[in-house]
Design a binder for this molecule. Structure first.
Ligand SMILES: [Zn+2]
Length: 343
């Protein structure tokens, strides 16, 4: 896996930050979705696997030093706290990655909290013992289920026994939904509502707005969660302002949480949404990057994470909300999630 080094900001990045983002950004930001890991925490990934998931090639490596540098480069005028967790793919050495995460999260200078990446086959007591070392919750992941099928249950990668432990500890569950139907899938909807009702002390964060990267998915899925105040949605790696606007108008600004999905969103480019498909455009030399824009258009590219925040600002404007909605999403809601009481 290629190791992503510190990013350098271009003139375009500086203009986007200063002119478009800065007027909206709160002085303190909490980012609830960050991956940390070293290149040696990841075994080589096969060409077939790289082909099946574009994000695998973009990079899973980001050391604590990289994170601190990246935060400083991306948000030079803000103080950023990150909720971090390891790599979540079959190739990850999860035990070593979790150890590295915890060691870094316990250092105050890193300004971070950590989630434990869990293996579905771990026992209840193993989960409890790992969490007690200093994690604030768990990050299970569909790819860690031994069988390769898409049609799995949430309980296949986080068992009810694991959920019981997280519930007792009042922990966070960062949930990446399985299945092709994403947040609109009837099984996902049923199980998510069931988890929220059965485990009332778990703070549920559904990653990437339930993988509703496109509006039709959001429209089919999100209305089912209007009356589930304990279910939160993170914005990570979602660049669709129509989806954000729809989420603001159905779920509301109090249950949306800013997440970046760094380091993947250091990728530079734009995303287009056509029906229920999205297309990533970038200037980077990834094997899947065969569909390129003109050099003039590529010269205007900025970080995906800036594009995400741009989309969020646009959605807030279109919904008739103001900077206080951005402050909630990028700070207060996450502060509450982490039990920081908005300090
Ligand atoms: Zn992620």
């Amino acid at each position: 896996m290629r190791r992503r080094e510190t990013v350098i900001r271009t003139e375009i990045d500086a203009a986007v930050y200063n002119e478009e983002l800065l007027p909206w950004l709160p002085p303190k930001i909490i980012d609830c979705h960050v991956h940390i890991g070293l290149a040696e925490h990841c075994r080589p990934i096969s060409p077939e696997r790289l082909k099946a998931n574009w994000a695998l090639e973009v990079g899973v490596a980001q050391s604590w030093e990289n994170l601190l540098n990246n935060r400083g480069t991306l948000f030079p005028r803000q103080e950023v706290l990150s909720l971090v967790f390891g790599g979540v793919f079959k190739e990850t050495d999860i035990e070593a990655n979790n150890d590295y995460i915890l060691a870094g999260a316990l250092k105050s200078e890193n300004n971070a909290k950590a989630l434990l990446v869990t293996r579905p086959e771990w026992s209840q007591s193993e989960i409890a013992e790992f969490i007690s070392k200093g994690f604030v919750g768990v990050k299970p992941y569909p790819d860690l289920v031994p069988n390769d099928t898409q049609d799995i249950s949430i309980y296949d990668f986080i068992s009810k026994l694991h959920l019981k432990v997280v519930d007792e500890l009042h922990g966070i569950l960062m949930l990446h939904l399985p299945r092709a139907g994403r947040i609109a899938d009837p099984y996902n909807i049923k199980e998510l509502l069931e988890i929220s009702e059965s485990f009332p002390n778990i703070k549920i964060v559904v990653a990437h707005i339930g993988r509703a990267f496109c509006l039709p998915t959001a429209k089919e899925g999100l209305p089912h969660f209007v009356n589930s105040p304990r279910i939160h949605f993170d914005t990570s790696a979602n660049l669709n302002s129509d989806v954000f606007q729809y989420a603001l108008e159905t779920i509301g600004p109090d249950r949306l949480l800013y997440g970046s999905d760094l380091p993947i969103t250091l990728m530079r480019g734009v995303r287009e949404h056509v029906g229920d498909k999205y297309i990533n455009y970038t200037d980077a030399p990834y094997s899947w990057n065969v569909n390129r824009k003109t050099p003039e258009e590529e010269a205007k590219y900025t970080f995906f994470i800036y594009e995400e925040i741009r989309a969020l600002i646009r959605a807030v404007e279109k919904s008739g909300l103001g900077a206080e909605a951005i402050e909630k999403i990028m700070y207060s809601n996450n502060a509450e999630l982490l039990g920081k009481g908005g300090d």
